[in-house]
Design a binder for this molecule. Sequence first.
Ligand SMILES: [Zn+2]
Length: 255
Amino acid sequence: MTVLQRLVQYQQANLDAPLYYRIRNVPWVLDIVSNGRADLRPWNRRGPVPVMRRSGTRPMPFLAVDTAEYILGVGGHTERTKAFWDQMFAWAVSPNTHPAVAALLLLVHDAEVHGSTAPEPRDRIAIRVAGYFLHQLDEAVTEWARIIEARKGAGTGMCSVCGQQQRLAASLPNAIATPVSNTRQQPLLTVPLRAQTDGLPLCLECGDRASAAIDQLANDPGHHYGDTYVFSPVPATHTRIGNLLQLLHQPAPGT
Ligand SMILES: [Zn+2]
């Protein structure tokens, strides 16, 4: 069994967030309660939310949960706010829609946002309509997977992990978060980002499961080696593998 297969197996056995979702803190909730009124309240709960590695200058909105700059226009990046709401409108008219999404778009039109304090541009906000957190809907999980496939997918081929004919990953949807508990720890490696060039055809689903497993392991001190955490299926020619092997030949801390 390869390292990637072990990671996918670990994710399936231990993590229950939907594909392309990660457990993150959500400091705010935007409550849409009636026509023309939206209340922004402190929330501060952790839970699975749709996320994607953003790269380049093009706006890449998440679905139904995003930062204050994408949802409310805090910080003045109007193209990001437009991209977020364009994506919500596209969801509302897609086969994966839900009545709460259409309700949001009707109710939020010209709504004033009420709140006692202003969020920072990078603060994450979830949207709740009539008691429904939109990102928790099954329809959101399906629509987010569709968006990820369109953004991060390559052609169809045989996945080297699950052995199935699948939509391969052009790049992994999500990077691995640096642990926040100990800033000394830096990731040595990430899993291969270019399935084609690394010669490791990997389907989007296996790629996301593997990176979710690494994300979880990297943030769990029980899986750290001294002050470094490492996990790599990258070919051995990769220079960083040298660092890894060197590291593994060193005595474990405290021995
Ligand atoms: Zn696969």
